[in-house]
Design a binder for this molecule. Sequence first.
Ligand SMILES: Cc1ncc(COP(=O)(O)O)c(C=O)c1O
Length: 379
Amino acid sequence: MSDSADKAVRIETTVVHAGRPPRIAGAPVNPTISLSSTYIAGPEDNPPLYAYAREHHETGRAFEDALGELEGGLALAYGSGMAATTTVMGLVPIGGIVVVPHVAYTGALNVARTKEERGEIIRRPIDTSNLAEIEKAVQGAHMLWIETPTNPTLAITDITRAAAIAHAAGAMVVVDSTFATPMLTNPLSLGADIVIHSVTKWIAGHSDLLMGATVVKEEVLYDKLQLARVLNGAVIAPFEAWLALRGMRTLAIRVKEACSSAELLAARLSEHPAVSRVSYPGLPSHPQHELAKNQMSGRFGSIIAIELHGGKNAAIKLCDSTKIWMHGTSIGGVESLLERRRRWKSESPEVDDSLIRLSVGIENVEDLWSDLESALNSL
Ligand SMILES: Cc1ncc(COP(=O)(O)O)c(C=O)c1O
Protein backbone atom coordinates (compact mmCIF):
# COMPACT_ATOMS: atom_id res chain seq x y z
CA MET A 1 0.00 0.00 0.00
CA SER A 2 1.16 3.58 -0.51
CA ASP A 3 3.40 5.13 2.16
CA SER A 4 0.78 7.81 2.63
CA ALA A 5 -2.12 5.40 3.14
CA ASP A 6 -2.61 5.59 6.88
CA LYS A 7 -6.27 4.56 7.05
CA ALA A 8 -7.52 0.97 6.84
CA VAL A 9 -9.18 0.39 3.50
CA ARG A 10 -11.49 -2.36 2.26
CA ILE A 11 -10.19 -5.55 0.68
CA GLU A 12 -11.29 -4.51 -2.85
CA THR A 13 -8.91 -1.55 -2.54
CA THR A 14 -6.10 -3.53 -0.91
CA VAL A 15 -6.10 -6.08 -3.73
CA VAL A 16 -5.51 -3.31 -6.26
CA HIS A 17 -2.81 -1.43 -4.36
CA ALA A 18 -0.87 -3.91 -2.21
CA GLY A 19 2.64 -4.91 -3.25
CA ARG A 20 3.31 -1.92 -5.48
CA PRO A 21 6.68 -0.12 -5.44
CA PRO A 22 7.03 2.96 -3.20
CA ARG A 23 5.38 6.12 -4.66
CA ILE A 24 8.45 8.01 -5.71
CA ALA A 25 8.45 10.39 -8.68
CA GLY A 26 9.48 8.52 -11.78
CA ALA A 27 9.04 5.06 -10.19
CA PRO A 28 6.97 2.44 -12.04
CA VAL A 29 3.49 1.73 -10.66
CA ASN A 30 4.08 -1.99 -11.10
CA PRO A 31 6.97 -4.11 -9.83
CA THR A 32 9.52 -4.95 -12.47
CA ILE A 33 10.28 -8.50 -13.58
CA SER A 34 13.72 -9.01 -12.07
CA LEU A 35 15.34 -11.56 -14.36
CA SER A 36 18.44 -12.19 -12.31
CA SER A 37 19.47 -15.29 -10.38
CA THR A 38 22.07 -13.40 -8.39
CA TYR A 39 22.46 -9.95 -6.80
CA ILE A 40 25.47 -7.78 -5.96
CA ALA A 41 26.63 -8.68 -2.45
CA GLY A 42 26.90 -6.02 0.23
CA PRO A 43 28.93 -5.98 3.43
CA GLU A 44 28.82 -9.29 5.36
CA ASP A 45 27.63 -7.59 8.54
CA ASN A 46 24.85 -5.73 6.73
CA PRO A 47 23.75 -7.82 3.72
CA PRO A 48 21.19 -6.42 1.27
CA LEU A 49 17.66 -7.82 1.01
CA TYR A 50 18.44 -9.91 -2.06
CA ALA A 51 21.38 -12.26 -2.61
CA TYR A 52 20.19 -15.21 -4.69
CA ALA A 53 16.80 -15.72 -6.33
CA ARG A 54 16.18 -19.14 -4.74
CA GLU A 55 15.90 -17.29 -1.42
CA HIS A 56 13.93 -14.23 -2.52
CA HIS A 57 13.61 -11.97 -5.52
CA GLU A 58 11.96 -8.58 -5.98
CA THR A 59 9.05 -9.71 -8.13
CA GLY A 60 8.28 -12.63 -5.83
CA ARG A 61 8.35 -10.30 -2.83
CA ALA A 62 5.88 -7.94 -4.48
CA PHE A 63 3.41 -10.82 -4.94
CA GLU A 64 4.04 -12.08 -1.40
CA ASP A 65 3.60 -8.63 0.13
CA ALA A 66 0.26 -8.26 -1.64
CA LEU A 67 -1.08 -11.70 -0.68
CA GLY A 68 0.21 -11.24 2.86
CA GLU A 69 -1.72 -8.01 3.15
CA LEU A 70 -4.91 -9.68 1.90
CA GLU A 71 -4.66 -12.60 4.32
CA GLY A 72 -3.22 -10.63 7.25
CA GLY A 73 0.08 -12.52 7.52
CA LEU A 74 3.45 -13.33 6.03
CA ALA A 75 3.23 -14.97 2.62
CA LEU A 76 5.62 -17.19 0.70
CA ALA A 77 5.12 -18.22 -2.92
CA TYR A 78 6.02 -21.65 -4.37
CA GLY A 79 6.27 -23.18 -7.83
CA SER A 80 2.78 -24.72 -7.52
CA GLY A 81 0.01 -25.34 -5.00
CA MET A 82 1.44 -28.82 -4.58
CA ALA A 83 4.89 -27.43 -3.76
CA ALA A 84 3.25 -25.41 -0.97
CA THR A 85 1.27 -28.47 0.17
CA THR A 86 4.32 -30.77 0.28
CA THR A 87 6.39 -28.13 2.06
CA VAL A 88 3.75 -27.69 4.76
CA MET A 89 3.23 -31.45 5.17
CA GLY A 90 7.01 -31.66 5.60
CA LEU A 91 6.71 -29.78 8.91
CA VAL A 92 5.29 -32.93 10.50
CA PRO A 93 8.07 -34.77 12.34
CA ILE A 94 8.80 -38.44 11.58
CA GLY A 95 6.12 -40.54 13.25
CA GLY A 96 3.83 -37.52 13.67
CA ILE A 97 0.07 -37.85 13.28
CA VAL A 98 -1.81 -35.81 10.67
CA VAL A 99 -5.59 -35.55 10.69
CA VAL A 100 -6.75 -35.24 7.08
CA PRO A 101 -10.14 -34.97 5.36
CA HIS A 102 -11.40 -38.28 3.95
CA VAL A 103 -12.47 -36.40 0.82
CA ALA A 104 -10.55 -33.34 -0.38
CA TYR A 105 -8.11 -32.35 -3.11
CA THR A 106 -6.55 -35.64 -4.23
CA GLY A 107 -3.02 -34.24 -4.48
CA ALA A 108 -2.86 -33.29 -0.80
CA LEU A 109 -4.39 -36.61 0.28
CA ASN A 110 -1.89 -38.47 -1.89
CA VAL A 111 1.04 -36.67 -0.28
CA ALA A 112 -0.22 -37.77 3.14
CA ARG A 113 -0.84 -41.33 1.92
CA THR A 114 2.61 -41.62 0.31
CA LYS A 115 4.31 -40.29 3.41
CA GLU A 116 2.42 -42.83 5.52
CA GLU A 117 3.41 -45.67 3.17
CA ARG A 118 7.04 -44.66 3.63
CA GLY A 119 6.62 -44.81 7.39
CA GLU A 120 7.12 -41.05 7.78
CA ILE A 121 3.76 -40.05 9.26
CA ILE A 122 0.50 -41.56 10.48
CA ARG A 123 -2.74 -40.44 8.82
CA ARG A 124 -6.10 -40.12 10.51
CA PRO A 125 -8.69 -39.56 7.75
CA ILE A 126 -11.99 -38.15 9.04
CA ASP A 127 -14.90 -35.98 7.98
CA THR A 128 -13.30 -32.65 8.88
CA SER A 129 -16.64 -30.84 8.64
CA ASN A 130 -17.70 -32.82 11.73
CA LEU A 131 -16.32 -31.18 14.89
CA ALA A 132 -16.97 -34.26 17.04
CA GLU A 133 -14.77 -36.32 14.70
CA ILE A 134 -12.07 -33.64 14.87
CA GLU A 135 -12.20 -33.66 18.67
CA LYS A 136 -11.50 -37.40 18.77
CA ALA A 137 -8.93 -37.48 15.96
CA VAL A 138 -6.69 -34.57 17.04
CA GLN A 139 -5.71 -36.16 20.34
CA GLY A 140 -1.94 -36.68 20.06
CA ALA A 141 -1.87 -35.27 16.52
CA HIS A 142 0.74 -32.86 15.21
CA MET A 143 -1.38 -31.30 12.46
CA LEU A 144 -5.03 -30.84 11.48
CA TRP A 145 -5.43 -30.40 7.72
CA ILE A 146 -8.63 -28.64 6.64
CA GLU A 147 -9.86 -27.76 3.18
CA THR A 148 -12.91 -25.50 3.16
CA PRO A 149 -14.90 -25.63 0.93
CA THR A 150 -13.58 -29.08 -0.03
CA ASN A 151 -12.70 -30.15 -3.52
CA PRO A 152 -14.96 -31.49 -5.03
CA THR A 153 -17.77 -32.07 -2.50
CA LEU A 154 -18.03 -28.50 -1.14
CA ALA A 155 -18.13 -29.46 2.55
CA ILE A 156 -17.51 -26.57 4.94
CA THR A 157 -15.49 -26.72 8.16
CA ASP A 158 -16.02 -24.27 11.00
CA ILE A 159 -12.44 -22.96 11.13
CA THR A 160 -12.84 -21.07 14.41
CA ARG A 161 -14.17 -24.04 16.33
CA ALA A 162 -11.94 -26.61 14.62
CA ALA A 163 -8.85 -24.48 15.39
CA ALA A 164 -9.84 -24.10 19.05
CA ILE A 165 -10.29 -27.87 19.40
CA ALA A 166 -7.02 -28.65 17.61
CA HIS A 167 -5.02 -26.09 19.55
CA ALA A 168 -6.34 -27.40 22.86
CA ALA A 169 -4.90 -30.78 21.81
CA GLY A 170 -1.59 -29.19 20.76
CA ALA A 171 -2.08 -29.65 17.00
CA MET A 172 -1.17 -27.12 14.33
CA VAL A 173 -4.02 -26.04 12.02
CA VAL A 174 -3.58 -25.82 8.25
CA VAL A 175 -6.36 -24.52 6.00
CA ASP A 176 -6.29 -24.95 2.24
CA SER A 177 -8.39 -21.95 1.34
CA THR A 178 -8.06 -22.23 -2.44
CA PHE A 179 -11.82 -22.51 -2.98
CA ALA A 180 -12.60 -19.54 -0.73
CA THR A 181 -9.83 -17.16 -1.88
CA PRO A 182 -8.78 -14.28 0.41
CA MET A 183 -11.91 -12.45 -0.75
CA LEU A 184 -14.32 -14.82 1.02
CA THR A 185 -12.47 -16.18 4.06
CA ASN A 186 -9.37 -15.20 6.03
CA PRO A 187 -8.46 -18.36 7.96
CA LEU A 188 -5.64 -16.72 9.98
CA SER A 189 -8.12 -14.34 11.57
CA LEU A 190 -10.23 -17.38 12.54
CA GLY A 191 -7.36 -19.15 14.29
CA ALA A 192 -5.55 -21.12 11.56
CA ASP A 193 -1.77 -21.32 11.78
CA ILE A 194 -1.08 -21.78 8.07
CA VAL A 195 -3.18 -20.88 5.02
CA ILE A 196 -2.45 -22.58 1.72
CA HIS A 197 -3.52 -21.40 -1.71
CA SER A 198 -3.20 -22.90 -5.12
CA VAL A 199 -2.50 -19.49 -6.69
CA THR A 200 -2.95 -21.28 -10.03
CA LYS A 201 -6.72 -20.97 -9.49
CA TRP A 202 -8.62 -17.75 -8.74
CA ILE A 203 -5.77 -15.67 -7.40
CA ALA A 204 -3.90 -15.73 -10.71
CA GLY A 205 -7.22 -16.38 -12.41
CA HIS A 206 -6.42 -16.94 -16.09
CA SER A 207 -5.34 -20.61 -16.33
CA ASP A 208 -1.94 -19.53 -17.62
CA LEU A 209 0.47 -20.39 -14.80
CA LEU A 210 1.14 -22.71 -11.83
CA MET A 211 1.87 -21.24 -8.43
CA GLY A 212 1.18 -21.86 -4.74
CA ALA A 213 1.43 -19.89 -1.51
CA THR A 214 1.44 -20.18 2.25
CA VAL A 215 0.52 -17.41 4.66
CA VAL A 216 1.29 -17.51 8.39
CA LYS A 217 1.15 -15.11 11.32
CA GLU A 218 4.19 -16.30 13.25
CA GLU A 219 7.68 -15.36 12.12
CA VAL A 220 9.12 -18.63 13.47
CA LEU A 221 6.80 -20.60 11.20
CA TYR A 222 7.59 -18.30 8.28
CA ASP A 223 11.32 -18.94 8.78
CA LYS A 224 10.80 -22.73 8.87
CA LEU A 225 8.78 -22.67 5.66
CA GLN A 226 11.23 -20.30 3.99
CA LEU A 227 14.14 -22.59 4.85
CA ALA A 228 12.24 -25.63 3.50
CA ARG A 229 11.45 -23.71 0.32
CA VAL A 230 15.09 -22.78 -0.19
CA LEU A 231 16.28 -26.34 0.44
CA ASN A 232 13.63 -27.90 -1.81
CA GLY A 233 14.12 -25.24 -4.45
CA ALA A 234 10.32 -25.00 -4.59
CA VAL A 235 10.49 -21.40 -5.79
CA ILE A 236 8.58 -19.27 -8.29
CA ALA A 237 10.05 -17.71 -11.40
CA PRO A 238 9.87 -13.88 -11.61
CA PHE A 239 7.66 -13.90 -14.68
CA GLU A 240 5.05 -16.14 -13.02
CA ALA A 241 5.12 -13.96 -9.90
CA TRP A 242 4.51 -10.87 -12.01
CA LEU A 243 1.73 -12.54 -13.98
CA ALA A 244 0.05 -13.80 -10.80
CA LEU A 245 0.14 -10.32 -9.27
CA ARG A 246 -1.29 -8.84 -12.46
CA GLY A 247 -4.09 -11.41 -12.35
CA MET A 248 -4.70 -10.80 -8.66
CA ARG A 249 -5.48 -7.12 -9.24
CA THR A 250 -8.92 -8.13 -10.58
CA LEU A 251 -9.57 -10.86 -7.98
CA ALA A 252 -12.31 -8.92 -6.21
CA ILE A 253 -14.43 -8.31 -9.29
CA ARG A 254 -13.82 -11.77 -10.77
CA VAL A 255 -14.82 -13.50 -7.54
CA LYS A 256 -17.86 -11.26 -7.09
CA GLU A 257 -19.11 -11.90 -10.62
CA ALA A 258 -18.41 -15.64 -10.59
CA CYS A 259 -20.03 -16.10 -7.17
CA SER A 260 -23.25 -14.37 -8.17
CA SER A 261 -23.43 -16.43 -11.38
CA ALA A 262 -22.76 -19.61 -9.38
CA GLU A 263 -25.60 -18.79 -6.97
CA LEU A 264 -28.05 -18.40 -9.83
CA LEU A 265 -26.82 -21.50 -11.67
CA ALA A 266 -26.93 -23.65 -8.52
CA ALA A 267 -30.55 -22.65 -7.93
CA ARG A 268 -31.55 -23.42 -11.52
CA LEU A 269 -29.63 -26.71 -11.57
CA SER A 270 -31.54 -27.79 -8.44
CA GLU A 271 -34.76 -27.58 -10.47
CA HIS A 272 -33.53 -29.52 -13.50
CA PRO A 273 -35.01 -33.04 -13.82
CA ALA A 274 -31.72 -34.60 -15.03
CA VAL A 275 -29.90 -33.46 -11.89
CA SER A 276 -30.19 -35.65 -8.80
CA ARG A 277 -28.11 -33.52 -6.45
CA VAL A 278 -26.54 -30.07 -6.30
CA SER A 279 -23.85 -29.27 -3.74
CA TYR A 280 -23.26 -25.56 -3.30
CA PRO A 281 -22.72 -23.82 0.07
CA GLY A 282 -24.98 -20.94 -1.04
CA LEU A 283 -28.05 -23.17 -1.32
CA PRO A 284 -30.26 -23.35 1.79
CA SER A 285 -30.28 -27.15 1.22
CA HIS A 286 -26.51 -27.33 1.83
CA PRO A 287 -25.95 -28.94 5.28
CA GLN A 288 -23.57 -26.15 6.36
CA HIS A 289 -25.32 -23.23 4.66
CA GLU A 290 -25.66 -21.22 7.89
CA LEU A 291 -21.98 -21.74 8.75
CA ALA A 292 -20.97 -20.78 5.20
CA LYS A 293 -23.03 -17.59 5.50
CA ASN A 294 -21.01 -16.54 8.56
CA GLN A 295 -17.60 -17.76 7.49
CA MET A 296 -17.59 -16.77 3.81
CA SER A 297 -18.29 -13.01 3.68
CA GLY A 298 -21.82 -13.54 2.36
CA ARG A 299 -20.69 -15.18 -0.89
CA PHE A 300 -20.16 -18.87 -1.42
CA GLY A 301 -17.54 -19.37 -4.09
CA SER A 302 -17.86 -20.29 -7.71
CA ILE A 303 -17.65 -24.08 -7.63
CA ILE A 304 -20.77 -26.22 -7.88
CA ALA A 305 -20.90 -30.02 -7.79
CA ILE A 306 -23.79 -31.78 -9.51
CA GLU A 307 -24.80 -35.44 -9.70
CA LEU A 308 -26.98 -36.86 -12.45
CA HIS A 309 -29.85 -39.37 -12.48
CA GLY A 310 -28.26 -40.88 -15.60
CA GLY A 311 -25.07 -41.83 -13.70
CA LYS A 312 -21.55 -42.03 -15.10
CA ASN A 313 -22.46 -42.25 -18.79
CA ALA A 314 -24.73 -39.23 -18.59
CA ALA A 315 -21.92 -37.31 -16.89
CA ILE A 316 -19.44 -38.27 -19.62
CA LYS A 317 -21.94 -37.19 -22.28
CA LEU A 318 -22.67 -33.87 -20.54
CA CYS A 319 -18.97 -33.00 -20.36
CA ASP A 320 -18.68 -33.52 -24.10
CA SER A 321 -21.89 -31.67 -25.01
CA THR A 322 -21.37 -28.10 -23.87
CA LYS A 323 -20.26 -25.40 -26.30
CA ILE A 324 -19.26 -22.60 -23.92
CA TRP A 325 -18.26 -24.55 -20.82
CA MET A 326 -14.86 -26.10 -21.54
CA HIS A 327 -14.23 -29.71 -20.63
CA GLY A 328 -11.04 -29.71 -18.60
CA THR A 329 -9.54 -30.12 -15.18
CA SER A 330 -8.77 -27.22 -12.81
CA ILE A 331 -10.86 -24.37 -11.49
CA GLY A 332 -10.79 -20.64 -10.94
CA GLY A 333 -10.10 -19.27 -14.40
CA VAL A 334 -12.12 -16.58 -16.15
CA GLU A 335 -13.46 -19.34 -18.43
CA SER A 336 -16.05 -21.82 -17.13
CA LEU A 337 -14.82 -25.40 -16.87
CA LEU A 338 -16.48 -28.69 -16.08
CA GLU A 339 -15.20 -32.15 -15.32
CA ARG A 340 -16.41 -35.55 -14.10
CA ARG A 341 -14.13 -36.01 -11.14
CA ARG A 342 -14.10 -39.82 -11.08
CA ARG A 343 -12.38 -39.82 -14.46
CA TRP A 344 -9.26 -39.61 -12.29
CA LYS A 345 -8.26 -42.87 -10.59
CA SER A 346 -6.94 -40.84 -7.66
CA GLU A 347 -10.40 -39.39 -6.86
CA SER A 348 -12.08 -40.83 -3.77
CA PRO A 349 -14.60 -43.65 -4.39
CA GLU A 350 -16.80 -41.74 -1.93
CA VAL A 351 -17.32 -39.18 -4.69
CA ASP A 352 -20.31 -40.20 -6.83
CA ASP A 353 -19.48 -41.64 -10.25
CA SER A 354 -21.68 -39.02 -11.91
CA LEU A 355 -20.35 -36.01 -9.96
CA ILE A 356 -19.39 -33.13 -12.23
CA ARG A 357 -17.45 -30.22 -10.82
CA LEU A 358 -18.44 -26.92 -12.39
CA SER A 359 -16.02 -24.01 -12.13
CA VAL A 360 -18.04 -20.92 -12.94
CA GLY A 361 -16.17 -18.22 -14.83
CA ILE A 362 -17.10 -14.65 -15.68
CA GLU A 363 -19.00 -15.14 -18.94
CA ASN A 364 -22.59 -13.92 -19.22
CA VAL A 365 -24.60 -16.06 -16.81
CA GLU A 366 -27.54 -16.52 -19.18
CA ASP A 367 -25.17 -17.85 -21.85
CA LEU A 368 -23.70 -20.24 -19.30
CA TRP A 369 -27.16 -21.41 -18.29
CA SER A 370 -28.53 -21.94 -21.79
CA ASP A 371 -25.41 -23.93 -22.75
CA LEU A 372 -25.70 -26.10 -19.65
CA GLU A 373 -29.47 -26.46 -19.93
CA SER A 374 -29.37 -27.64 -23.53
CA ALA A 375 -26.60 -30.14 -22.69
CA LEU A 376 -28.70 -31.43 -19.76
CA ASN A 377 -31.85 -31.59 -21.91
CA SER A 378 -30.01 -33.72 -24.46
CA LEU A 379 -29.16 -36.47 -21.96
C1 LIG B 1 -7.80 -27.25 -3.18
C2 LIG B 1 -6.54 -27.41 -3.95
N1 LIG B 1 -5.36 -27.29 -3.31
C3 LIG B 1 -4.19 -27.45 -3.96
C4 LIG B 1 -4.15 -27.74 -5.31
C5 LIG B 1 -2.82 -27.93 -6.00
O1 LIG B 1 -2.50 -26.78 -6.72
P1 LIG B 1 -1.54 -26.75 -8.03
O2 LIG B 1 -2.30 -27.42 -9.13
O3 LIG B 1 -1.30 -25.30 -8.20
O4 LIG B 1 -0.31 -27.51 -7.70
C6 LIG B 1 -5.35 -27.86 -6.01
C7 LIG B 1 -5.34 -28.18 -7.47
O5 LIG B 1 -6.36 -28.47 -8.05
C8 LIG B 1 -6.58 -27.70 -5.32
O6 LIG B 1 -7.77 -27.81 -5.93
